[in-house]
Design a binder for this molecule. Structure first.
Ligand code: ZN
Length: 71
């Protein structure tokens, strides 16, 4: 029962977007249990780092802003 409750609070949503480096359609998993998040993840296609700014409300992504960094 406790495990079921914990799993309920940990929800990952697959978000599709265009990579700001290579302009390919890629996807990343977003943890929708965190309301505001800012993190860096590498593109699955070109491996360049992307800064992801994301806001979540009621398990829905309300704001998603991928920015290219480095080069
Ligand atoms: Zn890319």
């Amino acid at each position: 029962m406790l495990i079921a409750i914990l799993l309920e609070h940990f929800k990952m949503v697959e978000k599709f977007f265009i990579c700001p480096h290579c302009w390919q359609n890629i996807s990343m998993l977003i943890d929708t249990s965190v309301e505001k998040q800012l993190y860096i993840e590498d593109c699955e296609n070109c491996c360049n780092p992307i800064e992801i700014e994301c806001e979540v409300k009621s398990n829905e992504i309300t704001y998603f802003n991928p920015q290219p960094i480095g080069q």
